[in-house]
Design a protein around this ligand. Structure first.
Ligand code: ADP
Ligand code: ASP
Ligand code: MG
Length: 820
């Protein structure tokens, strides 16, 4: 081996802007030994060039000019600006020519995107000549030779090796650092090809193999290869060491951290790859080598391949008919489809495999054609596609010798109610893959991750605080209080509001919406504007939630602080993988069927539903119920006063105040709704009672609440109602006096069991906990097997934005990760 030669690759995220490039330059300059640098395009540039919008050339030019002006001076700067100019012009020419032809072949795409890597490598080389190291740009098109599969070419090892030696060796020997664009090469007919997305990793290992370099360093924005994609599994940890074979499998199954074929050139060699953190260069990262360590972990990593379709060729008549599998895969490969995983049912009555969603139609069409005789004979019933699936692969070298791995995987999934659509055991026995619906993939990965205790790998140090991303429905007083409380939280968890949703669309930022931005949005919304027109995007709730769920949202939670009928939106959210937290009573306080539908939607996929704030704001009423039942107690009855306004009015009336005055006082103190009849009708209290009863298993209709406003007064204009309030005083003082004779006081009481629910005015013993309630206090008592004679009592303030927000936050924090 070439002593000490290293190949360093800088990923797009490590070349995000001038500052990052400057850091890369410094790091290279500090390195003493011989070095080859492989560059990705600047962050976002490949996507930009591929999308080929009319202003792409302009943006491309501006990005590179800006970086260059910060890094270069004098003639070097001028030379580079000229190159960028020429490259952008050429890009636009090709782009318009393709537009005229009306279709973009992979070949045309490759010509378009190649300049991303070329211009970033040129910039890096130019910036490097300033410090003490000599560097020189070398075009990969002069070195890397590939086959002719545009968009995903495979390098030809022998020719590439010869060219790399001829061109790069003399430079290295003279102490120069060659800077080579990654990702691109030349096909036999001389055209430009790319190695597939993420291909710079492959260029780096290819050059290492070609030059016999003992070591490759891949500088990335993650701290190493992790036990799972940290965007999906917040508990993911850096794996200190992996065998080549294991890393190859992780990459093959779609972990974006490595190009799927990056390890092929160095398989069977002693070349070591290190995946290191560009942000934290002192951290050791992951070593990929021919060693085997971490024997205690038979499973080391999970990979999730999103947007897949399962194609199934099925028919009972297939059994024993030879060659169907062969013909299936011949058709598929002739069509050039990218099959990721093959499934064979044990009964042999079906063959299945996965392709990306956007190839599903082609797969079905080519198979229906290729197998038409078998279909005509009735050997095959048909070919079908199931779209919007994900393949989750569980990878580790120790799996072969460890019994019970698949059982552990499937027990974990079953516990989460996650339906497994298909299973494949890799022939190498170093992986098991299974297919789940795309909406279940993240939860499946978290559960399997927890089942194998992967968060303990490498000493189990967490990388950062666990994070919960909140999407809010509505942003009124409670939403604002919640935003305040989140920003002053003192616990080991990061909670961020990443999105707002209304009926027009959504606003989303995966780094979290700042408080200032939230307040600005709230103000505009108060004036009637809709999110879609406030810098957000127009979308249906379903599309908005799907978008947010798939954009780097970790542990997503939808929090409903509206008072609308949001049941459908919440069901959609649950289907997209969100947990659901409610302060809004309406979705829970309808008929049994709609309640059941919502709860099932939330819990069937392992999602969770919390709604503490709907009943007692911040009081732990539902939490207490949960704890009692979890520890084996049986709650027989919950009853109490759950309307602060009604408790206030009734306790004042009991103390001798006229009813009209008590109501006016409740209004002026801000306890009551703007129209106090909304409280006095008892409807709100009845909803709370119903929620409690449903929780206990009650399936009947909503209770008819006692309305404290006599019928003739219910539809009066508010002003008139208030003016005529004193007419009611006498009747109230009479009722109070009648109760007092029996040492009783009037309270508005809700009462719930698993069979009954009621809400109304009751006389209760003055000495009972409920009778003693005063002010706007909520008071709830639990009668259970354990607390039969002396009920368990919970009381405190049951309304107000601050305590409601606290209740919500408590719910959010209770949705913890881990083995659920
Ligand atoms: P580069 O900048 O070198 O191109 P990538 O962006 O291709 O790096 O790879 C890093 C990304 O891969 C991260 O953003 C991370 O979210 C994702 N990723 C997926 N699976 C894993 C995993 N198992 N370990 C680390 N990162 C992963
Ligand atoms: N720039 C290319 C991409 O974004 C290649 C790479 O970064 O490795 O896929
Ligand atoms: Mg990459």
């Amino acid at each position: 081996m070439e002593t000490g030669l290293e190949i360093w690759k800088f990923g797009g995220a490590a070349l995000a802007d001038a500052r990052a490039i400057q850091k890369a330059v410094e790091r290279i300059a500090e390195h003493d030994g011989p070095l080859v640098v492989v560059a990705s395009a600047l962050a976002g540039v490949t996507d930009l060039l591929l999308a080929a919008a009319p202003d792409a050339a302009e943006t491309f030019k501006r990005k590179h000019q800006q970086a260059a002006r910060a890094l270069l001076t004098g003639p070097a700067l001028q030379r580079y600006l000229d190159e960028v100019d020429a490259s952008a012009r050429e890009y636009d020419d090709v782009r318009s020519a393709i537009k005229i032809l009306g279709h973009q072949s992979p070949r045309a795409h490759d010509t378009l995107v190649a300049r991303g890597e070329q211009m970033s490598a040129r910039l890096l080389a130019a910036a490097l000549t300033k410090p003490r190291r000599r560097a020189s740009y070398v075009d990969a098109l002069d070195i890397v030779r590939t086959d002719d599969v545009h968009g995903g070419a495979t390098p030809r090892l022998e020719v590439t090796r010869a060219r790399a030696r001829k061109i790069l060796r003399p430079l290295i020997e003279s102490g120069t650092i060659p800077v080579v664009p990654g990702f691109i090469g030349r096909t036999p007919d001389g055209s430009v090809a790319t190695l597939g997305r993420g291909g710079t990793d492959l260029t780096a290992t290819l050059l290492a193999r070609s030059l016999n370099a003992p070591r490759v360093v891949l500088w990335k924005d993650v701290p190493g290869i992790m036990t799972a994609d940290p965007r999906l599994v917040p508990d993911a940890r850096v794996i200190p060491q992996l065998h080549h074979r294991e890393a190859a499998e992780v990459a093959h199954y779609g972990a974006k951290v490595l190009h799927p074929r990056a390890l092929i050139p160095i398989a069977g060699t002693r070349i070591t790859v290190r995946v290191r953190s560009f942000i934290d260069p002192a951290a050791p990262g992951t070593e990929v080598s021919s060693r085997q360590s971490l024997k205690a972990y038979p499973v080391k990593s999970l990979a999730v391949l999103p947007a897949q379709s399962v194609i199934t060729v099925a028919g009972r008549g297939m059994v024993g008919v030879p060659g169907i599998a062969a013909r299936t895969f011949t058709s598929v490969s002739a069509e050039g489809l990218s099959v990721s995983t093959i499934f064979q049912a044990s009964s042999e009555s079906s063959i299945g495999f996965t392709v990306p969603d956007n190839q599903a139609n082609r797969a079905v069409a080519c198979l229906t054609q290729g197998l038409r005789e078998e279909i005509a004979h009735g050997w095959i019933d048909g070919v079908s596609a199931r779209t919007q699936m994900s393949v989750v692969a569980v990878v580790g070298d120790g799996m072969a010798g460890t019994p019970g791995i698949s059982a552990r995987v499937f027990t974990a999934l079953e516990a989460g109610g996650i339906n497994v659509v298909a299973i494949a055991q890799g022939s190498s026995e170093r992986n098991i893959s299974f297919v789940v619906s795309a909406a279940d993939a993240a939860e499946a990965a978290r559960r399997v991750h927890a089942a194998f205790q992967l968060s303990k790998i490498g000493g189990g140090r967490p990388l950062s605080k666990p994070r919960t991303d909140v999407v809010l429905l509505g942003f009124g007083r409670v939403g604002r209080a919640l935003a305040d409380q989140i920003s002053s939280m003192r616990i080991d968890r990061e909670v961020r509001i990443v999105g707002l949703l209304d009926r027009s669309g959504y606003v989303f930022d995966n780094r979290g919406l700042s408080r200032a931005r939230l307040l600005k949005l709230a103000k505009a919304k108060d004036q009637g504007a809709l999110l879609a027109t406030l810098g957000g995007r127009a979308a249906s709730a379903g599309d908005a939630l799907a978008f947010m769920a798939s954009h780097a949202v970790s542990r997503p939670v939808v929090v409903d602080v509206t008072s609308d009928n949001t049941a459908t939106v919440l069901q959609t959210a649950a289907a997209q993988g969100f947990d659901v937290v409610l302060a809004n009573k309406k979705p829970l306080a309808d008929g049994w069927e709609s309640y059941d539908k919502l709860v099932t939607a939330c819990t069937s996929g392992g999602r969770r539903l919390r709604y503490e704030a709907t009943v007692g704001a911040g009081l732990p009423i539902i939490d207490t119920y949960r704890k009692l039942t979890e520890t084996g107690d049986r709650v027989l009855r919950i009853h109490g006063c759950v309307s602060g306004t009604l408790t206030y009015v009734l306790s004042e009336v009991t103390a001798g105040r006229p009813f009209s005055q008590a109501v006016r006082e409740a209004m002026s103190r801000g306890y009551a709704e703007p129209d106090p009849r909304d409280d006095l009708s008892g409807r709100d209290a009845a909803r709370k009672g119903l929620i409690l009863a449903r929780m206990m298993g009650y399936r009947g209709p909503a209770p008819a609440a006692d309305d404290l406003v006599p019928a003739p007064y219910r539809n009066l204009p508010l002003v008139e109602f208030l003016a005529r309030l004193p007419e009611l005083d006498k009747a109230w003082s009479g009722r109070v006096a009648a109760e007092a004779k029996h040492q009783k006081v009037l309270r508005y009481v809700v009462s719930a069991t698993n069979r009954t629910v009621s809400a109304g005015l009751r006389g209760v013993p003055a000495a009972s906990p409920i009778g003693a309630a005063s002010g706007t206090q909520n008071i709830v008592t639990f009668q259970s097997r354990r607390y039969k004679f002396e009920p368990l009592v919970i009381s405190g303030p049951g309304a107000g934005p601050q305590v409601t927000a606290a209740g919500i936050l408590n719910d959010i924090c209770s949705l913890d990760v881990g083995p659920v």
